[in-house]
Design a protein around this ligand. Structure first.
Ligand code: ATP
Ligand code: MG
Ligand code: MG
Ligand code: MG
Length: 470
């Protein structure tokens, strides 16, 4: 059965043979796009080509794009470890047409690839179209020979893509694979669609309009194509698995994590191994692309991911830094396709180890506070905002780490209370600030403190609290 590396090359070779320019993945930190936290789709590097602002020497392209969805509009962080199909870092395989071919060719290429090259069982495939998109509906009947019950019309924004409030937009069509009725879940559009039986493998976007203003939408003179297929999802299908975490790449990582911790990936500990494997990938790739853990912006998302993985390592009994020890396995699996991983290996290992060492100092105490504060709580209860804030402020627990820790017990978190406590602390700090009387200095000091967030209590070391802007 083909491994992830072969599937990636089969995809790129297929589109190359069909006249597409194979373009490298762009970095996870988008260039020239401060509005976007991380690259979260293949089309990101082509935004200006689609709008016509930028010209390229080719009109069709194919990529395997590194994506992170752990913040901003697309945030899959909370799903990781618990669904069969979500990662924080994944690869999106995509083909693009910049005013070249449109719907018919896009559908034909996609259908040929999955049914002929990949040999997927046609009977397991179904598609969605936007409810008014008769053209796509008819093409699926004509090209794929799909019967009416296998083409589902969806009236929601799930099947209508837009670059923003204005700009290119259009209907989409998603290809789903039915993993079988032994798995809970219903077809798209049904009440059980959130289950994991029908898994979306590929999304085809037909950019055919331009939104000029809120009310005014015109036809694009040269419509375009943007598609995205999850490499790990299609690999699961091709390798005969339902679950992304059973593919070759994840097996290697999870086996290494099992070896290292001595805890089998079963029962309630299964999710922990998955989270560690997934979060190692996103952390490593983010660091390779220049993100470092910090208390704001992208760096804070990275820190949240790393700390969350560390809590799961703690659940597996690790009392020493362990996650960095899994890095060689990741490099072995993905280093050939992504040489930046090899180049940055030493930096990634050091960064992981340092963060693990630092956080270990407060993690255990924080967890014991959390456990004391929740002994009386059960399913449906909420942990008060003051405690959640204390965990954040004193023990360096990102909010989502606390939420994740309470998830298995069905306990929620008082987010409003948490935000209030944070606000109160800021106000009090200002009020109590005796200061030098120099308004300008004070303003700068508070701005810095707010920007960098709370400092963390790291025990009585020689490091001063103020110096601890991490
Ligand atoms: P889902 O509905 O399953 O969350 P999506 O509609 O949000 O997926 P798209 O934005 O259409 O996903 O992205 C294109 C493709 O990328 C999807 O069809 C899927 O195969 C893959 N994909 C999206 N999100 C993830 C993720 N978090 N982990 C792995 N693959 C993903
Ligand atoms: Mg999604
Ligand atoms: Mg979807
Ligand atoms: Mg989709």
């Amino acid at each position: 059965m083909s491994g992830v590396n072969d599937i990636r090359s089969t995809f790129l070779d297929y589109y190359k043979a069909n006249g597409h320019e194979v373009v490298s993945s762009s970095p996870l930190v988008p260039r020239n796009d401060p509005t976007l936290m991380f690259t979260n789709a293949g089309m990101v590097q082509f935004k200006n080509v689609f709008t016509g602002l930028e010209q390229r020497p080719y009109t069709t392209a194919a990529t395997a794009q590194k994506c992170v969805r752990a913040g901003g509009k697309h945030n899959d962080l909370d799903n990781v470890g618990y669904t069969a199909r979500h990662h924080t870092f994944f690869e999106m395989l995509g083909n693009f047409s910049f005013g070249d071919y449109f719907k018919e060719r896009a559908i034909e290429l996609a259908w040929n690839l999955i049914t002929k090259e990949f040999g997927l069982d046609r009977k397991r495939l179904l598609v969605t179209v936007y409810h008014t998109d008769d053209e796509a509906y008819d093409l699926w009947r004509k090209i794929a020979g799909l019967t009416d019950d296998r083409i589902i019309r969806i009236p929601t924004s799930d099947n209508f893509w837009a670059m923003g409030d204005t700009g290119p937009c259009g209907p989409c069509s998603e290809i789903f694979y039915d993993h079988g009725d032994h798995i809970w879940g219903g077809p798209p559009g049904s009440p059980e669609e959130d289950g994991d039986r029908f898994i979306e493998i590929w999304n085809l976007v037909f950019m055919q309009y331009e939104q000029l203003t809120k009310e005014e939408r015109v036809d694009l003179p040269r419509p375009s194509i943007d598609t995205g297929m999850g490499l790990e999802r299609v690999a699961a299908v091709l390798q005969g698995h339902h679950d992304n975490y059973d593919i070759d790449l994840f097996r290697a990582l999870i086996e290494a994590s099992v070896d290292l911790t001595g805890v089998p990936a079963e029962g309630e500990r299964r999710a922990s191994h998955r989270v560690i494997a997934d979060h190692l990938r996103s952390s490593a790739f983010l660091i390779a692309d220049g993100v470092l853990p910090s208390n704001e912006g992208r760096g804070y998302v990275l820190r949240r991911i790393m700390r969350r993985a560390m809590r799961h390592a703690e659940l597996l009994g690790a009392r020493e830094p362990v996650i960095y020890k899994l890095l060689p396995v990741l490099v072995q699996q993905m280093g050939r396709a992504y040489p930046e991983l090899v180049r940055a290996e030493a930096l990634i290992a050091e960064t992981l180890k340092l963060e693990e060492t630092r956080f270990r100092k407060t993690l255990e105490r924080g967890l014991s506070l959390l456990s004391d504060a929740t002994t009386e709580l059960g399913k449906g209860d909420t942990l008060d905002g003051e405690t959640v804030f204390k965990l954040y402020d004193t023990y360096g627990f990102p909010l989502d780490l606390t939420q994740d820790a309470l998830r298995a017990r069905g306990i929620g978190v008082d987010i409003t209370g948490f935000n209030d406590a944070m606000q109160r602390q800021k106000t009090e700090a200002r009020a109590h600030w005796a200061g030098s009387g120099d308004k300008a200095t004070e303003t700068i000091w508070f701005e810095l403190k707010e920007k960098h967030g709370a400092t963390e209590f790291l025990g009585y070391s020689s490091e001063t609290a103020e110096g601890q802007v991490q």
